[in-house]
Design a protein around this ligand. Structure first.
Ligand SMILES: [Zn+2]
Length: 652
């Protein structure tokens, strides 16, 4: 047996030698690869000094690469095999649909400096170890045949560059993008006209890839997708939250866990588990909530067939409880993972906090639910979150454009911020451009304002403000825009670049006056909570909400002699602590204690009280008279429409 296998191997090797495919000596038959020749058809890519196009040498090199890998037994999927135009989305979708082991894009670089010429390989921003391993093997092999050198790195390995490119971001498997050499360099362009040269480069990439497959670190185990909220809405009771989510696509899913919080920061253990939230469920109603309170929710999915049976957290959605429709709907249209890397984001909660300070009630839904199950009519204002959602995921698709149009034509008010809205719509159809111009009241100018400080324009709602943004997550391509269709620039990056517009008047064929604020960077990237509050206050004032809240300064701190909840004493405590507060006038007062899961534990007081200083004790028992466990609790004072919380620690 031993000698027979030897003979077979030798025969295989001889065949390879005879056909010039020594690179294929390593058997790759258990692997499949996606090979993506960059550009094509109407998109030539870079063009050399004498007219050689990048698309043709990318294709020739990729076909050699394919042939070489196929000779080693690999299964190859080409995104294109001819000179055709192909979107980036179509390329990554092919790789994902074929569930290949690796995806490699083939490009050649260009520079305005004709002397520039070096080899480089690109990986994604957070640079998974396995991608970096592949990139380093390929760049080393390319460098050894090209001898044009490599340049610096931003991710720890010389010659490798971490970038937010579609073809290193969107494929679900380890991937990289090679910029083999510079077509803009005259001597290099001459070499690139020689197909033998291209074949040599392809062979080098094959050897690098084969070395990677042989020595690759184990790929990370597949992760369970996070649940995706549909909406968190009130019903007519005013004390229930109706929570809906989209059906999870994992066939082996067991169920979900739901978390609840009253501040969006402190979360305890789940309030519901997979023994009551089953895989097929898409909705649950949470009862027993206090009226006119904020509640935050998030979920995980559970599937024990995964190495980590618990998914990451979903987005955070939230509401203020009310038996009538609240005036504001937060629409979450941000589901791109790019600058914000976690699968779930908390940004509806950011809006909730700022609205809460203004005593404005709200609820939350996903953009897919808006205008479908969630009727936009009846909300006084929409806050539409788009983050850095861009062209791949569409900021406003045709359906969303149409519901926003009707909403604004019907006299609605829209606050919409995001860094790629103009970028996306300006590159779209004539309809996309018209929507941007006529309804978001702006024209797109450029993709990267390059400035992270903005100033309010005199005579507009942002007059007197100057602040920075881009702290919550990196914001690398803030749009700069111009006013359009009667809007006014209200926020500027610099004397020549505008960041925001405001508009008051009718929209399209509508007869009722509506209002709009649009900013070319995401509001939630403003790192300072008090600045976010200021912006929200200006916007909501413009939207005709009463925002002159008595008894509280702009930063949320109470005025002297006004409402105040003091820190409980002692704290930590066991088992009794005293809660004290003051009220400036005769007021209906409620004092209650919540656990870290946002569930009410004890009602301490509910009565009308005169102005002055008051105290109440808590003996660390719940409403059933039973002692509660050690841990963090919140005291919540509601006095009229004002609410205050303090964190308390029970140590038994
Ligand atoms: Zn290219």
């Amino acid at each position: 047996m031993q000698s027979k296998r030897y003979l077979v191997c030798l025969g295989f090797l001889l065949t390879l030698l005879a056909t010039g495919h020594l690179a294929g000596a390593q058997d790759l038959s258990e692997y499949s690869f996606c090979v993506d020749p960059g550009h094509g058809g109407s998109e030539p890519g870079a063009i050399g000094p004498t007219g050689l196009t990048e698309k043709e040498i990318n294709l020739t090199t990729s076909l050699f690469f394919r042939d070489s890998l196929e000779a080693a037994g690999a299964t190859i999927y080409m995104t294109r095999e001819t000179d055709v135009t192909l979107s980036l989305a179509a390329r990554s979708q092919l790789a994902n649909a074929m569930t290949v082991d690796r995806c490699i894009s083939v490009h050649h670089n260009a520079s305005t400096n004709q002397y520039a010429n070096y080899t480089g390989v690109h990986v994604y921003l957070d640079t998974p170890e396995i991608d970096l391993h592949m990139a380093s093997k390929i760049v080393t092999r390319l460098d050894s045949v090209l001898n044009i050198g490599v340049v610096s790195t931003n991710c720890g390995t010389w010659g490798i560059h971490a970038d937010n490119f579609h073809m290193v971001r969107e494929p679900n498997m380890p991937c990289c993008l090679a910029e083999i050499s510079f077509i803009s360099n005259p001597a290099e362009e001459t070499r690139l006209r020689d197909s033998t040269y291209l074949n040599t480069n392809a062979t080098a990439m094959h050897i690098g890839l084969a070395e990677h497959m042989e020595t690759s670190p184990e790929p990370p185990p597949p992760t369970l997708d996070v649940p995706v909220f549909h909406s968190v809405l009130n019903d007519s009771t005013g004390t229930q939250a109706v929570i809906r989510w989209f059906k999870h696509l994992e066939a082996t899913l067991i169920g979900y866990r739901l978390y609840q919080s009253i501040d969006g920061v402190n979360w305890g253990s789940p309030i519901l588990y997979e023994d009551s939230l089953f895989a097929g469920d898409t909705t649950v109603t949470i009862g027993g909530l206090d009226p006119e309170q904020i509640y935050y929710f998030k979920m995980v999915a559970i599937d024990t067939t995964f190495a980590n049976p618990e998914s990451d957290f979903s987005n955070i959605y939230c509401l203020s409880t009310t038996p009538t429709r609240p005036p504001v709907l937060i629409v979450d249209g941000f589901d791109r993972r790019s600058s914000w890397l976690s699968p779930g984001h908390p940004f509806a909660g950011f809006n909730a906090k700022s609205l809460h300070n203004l005593d404005i009630m709200f609820e939350t839904c996903a953009n897919e639910a808006a205008g479908n199950e969630v009727n936009l009519e009846g909300y006084d204002a929409l806050i539409w979150i788009l983050g850095d959602e861009g062209t791949t995921d569409e900021t406003f698709d045709i359906r969303e454009q149409s519901i926003v149009q009707s909403y604004l034509e019907g006299g609605g008010k829209l606050f919409v911020t995001g860094s790629e809205i103009g970028y996306d719509l300006a590159r779209g159809t004539a309809g996309d451009q018209a929507f941007y111009r006529d309804y978001l009241k702006a024209t797109y100018v450029g993709d990267d304002a390059g400035d992270y400080t903005v100033t309010g324009v005199s005579g507009t709602i942002f007059q007197g403000l100057s602040f920075s943004y881009g702290q919550t997550y990196p914001e690398d391509y803030p749009d700069y825009i111009n006013a359009s269709g009667g809007s006014t620039v209200n926020l500027i990056y610099s004397a020549t670049r505008n960041a925001g517009v405001e508009y008051q008047g009718t929209f399209g064929s509508g007869a009722q006056e509506g209002k709009l604020i649009h900013i070319g960077f995401p509001w939630e990237t403003i790192g300072s909570e008090s600045v976010r509050d200021q912006i929200m206050t200006r916007v909501m004032t413009f939207f005709d909400f009463p925002t002159d809240v008595p008894g509280e300064l702009a930063d949320g701190s109470p005025l002297p002699g006004e409402f105040q909840l003091f820190q409980n004493y002692p704290n930590p405590f066991n088992p009794v602590t005293t809660i004290s507060y003051q009220i400036p006038s005769k007021t209906m007062v409620t004092v209650s204690v919540y656990n870290i899961q946002g569930q009410k534990v004890s009602s301490l007081r509910r009565e009308e009280q005169p102005a002055g200083h008051h105290t109440v004790n808590w003996d660390s028992r719940n409403d059933q008279g039973r002692p509660v466990a050690s841990g963090i609790y919140f005291c919540l004072l509601q006095a009229g429409s004002r609410r205050f919380t303090k964190k308390m620690v029970l140590l038994r």
